[in-house]
Design a protein around this ligand. Sequence first.
Ligand SMILES: [Zn+2]
Length: 236
Amino acid sequence: MKEQIYMLVKLQGIEAEAGNIKSTLNDAHRELETLDAGLVEFERTIEEQESIIEELKKKYRDHESDTRINIDREKKTQAKLGSVKTNREYLSLLKEIEEEKAKNSKIEDKMIEYLDRMDEIEKIVAKKKDEYVQISHSAMNEKEKIKQESEQGRIKLSKLDEDREKVSRMIDPELLKKYLIIKKQNPGSLAVVPVKNALCHGCHVNLPPQLYNELFLGDSLKFCPNCQRIIYLKES
Ligand SMILES: [Zn+2]
């Protein structure tokens, strides 16, 4: 029985290691997704800024054509000045010209404002693009590292699967069945636990002296009367 329990403990160890590797692989998968999501987010920010620049450019062009129209109008008004007959008409044309000039000057102010904003955003975009190059470079390295580690994990996992098969075959099927039932009842914890100084290391309750003594014989399967796990003696 001692040998059988030893095999169970070994099996349990293999399963725990495999479980750790699986959760590491899951973490790695999530990490890869996070890295990709970070890059996509970065690209999106750059695209957003670039579309703002495009909008500003469009506005700028619209204003540009507005000023052209206004300048033409102003020229025409100027031309009319030579052929006016009354002083009143003359003054009214001058007023018109002044108004057109004022209009254009307002538009030009706006255009300068757009240029300033474009310049500002272009600087931000250039900086973001530099950052993106660095981030994507380090993300690529990080991804490569994670992929390599994951590959090693998968190799180790398949080796552990083989070991698990091998060890399982060496265990009495009835005992294995009991182990699997207890394992199922204690998810995330051990099914076979050591006893040290009469203390069950599954539930930390003291064993009755009789049972503890019998454990020393190691000739039969024993269960903790408190947590029902399979127990074995661990000599300190
Ligand atoms: Zn116990």
